[in-house]
Design a protein around this ligand. Sequence first.
Ligand code: MRU
Length: 361
Amino acid sequence: MAKNIMHYDTVSLDDENSALVIIDQTQLPGKVEMLSLTEQKDIWEAIYLLKVRGAPAIGVAAAIGVYLAAKNIKAKDYPTFYEEFKAAKDYLATSRPTAVNLFWALDRMENVVKANKELPVDEIVKLLHDEAVEIREEDIRVCRAIGEYGLTLIKDGDGILTHCNAGQLATVKYGTALAPIHLGVERGMNFKVFTDETRPLLQGIRLSSFELHSNGVDTTVICDNMASQVMKNGWVQAVFVGCDRVAANGDVCNKIGTSGVAILAKHYGIPFYVCGPTSTIDMSIAHGDDIPIEVRPDHEVTEMWYSKRMAPEGVKVYNPAFDVSDNSLVTAIITEFGIARAPYDKSLKEIFAQKEAASKK
Ligand code: MRU
């Protein structure tokens, strides 16, 4: 019998081989292939091509990636080391624009360098190793906490609809939106989960349904345009989605199609819950309209999953990878520091005040 995908590490550091190790998510569900990446261009490409994907996993991969870059720097004087480190950081930061965890993790790594400039370079590299490992470990704790809070919002037997993949494959363990389900299952609870297919890169059908089914969860795949029917049938008691960047006013940027699901949920009176670590909340962005939306290549829409091209040659294609759900559509935002509800400009500040207080303990 195939090994449960939950027993694999989505993203990890192989110290012995100085490599970033990931599950190649572009091969799922057909093949579980682990990739061991040592070259910066391969790490960049793995993020760009979504071999490793999902906001938290991208952050962890970037932290490990920039540590590996630092380890390869030959210079032993701080100014040259910093210059080369900064170039490696800036390079990885160009891999994808929307998930703020990428920049959050890279900034955290840079802060370690800047705060320790008086130390020998070898010592700084050791500290970068420890910070990358900590960012990874922290993700497990954070996702578990999100799962616990999320679980308080659902009950045994509930129908849950999710979009894209905000599960373990998008993080180090448990996931964000799927964490309450995985934790509930660990405790013997049962849910009926509907996974939107999630055009165009199929994270719902390829990844969420695979992850949930592999973990023994009652899972039904639907095409994106079937969500309304499933909701109308009364089969969905809650929507749980992840996020790539949340603005300070609670506007939520997530995988393209999420805002449509949010609008449907409002229409049918179904709670729309967004799960995300505080590392995905960007308090420097006031409004969702200011979040950069990645636009990806045409072929992902016109031919990628078809045996032959389905769009006429030369037709225009618009392929935004994310959209923004207005905060008025969001029932609650579930973080590792608790559940924020409207008005979000106030509740998200309170969440960050708790984070600040916890960091001083
Ligand atoms: O393009 P992707 O697959 O990286 O997009 C992922 C999402 O939109 C997820 O919902 C989000 O990153 C949260 S993952 C816990």
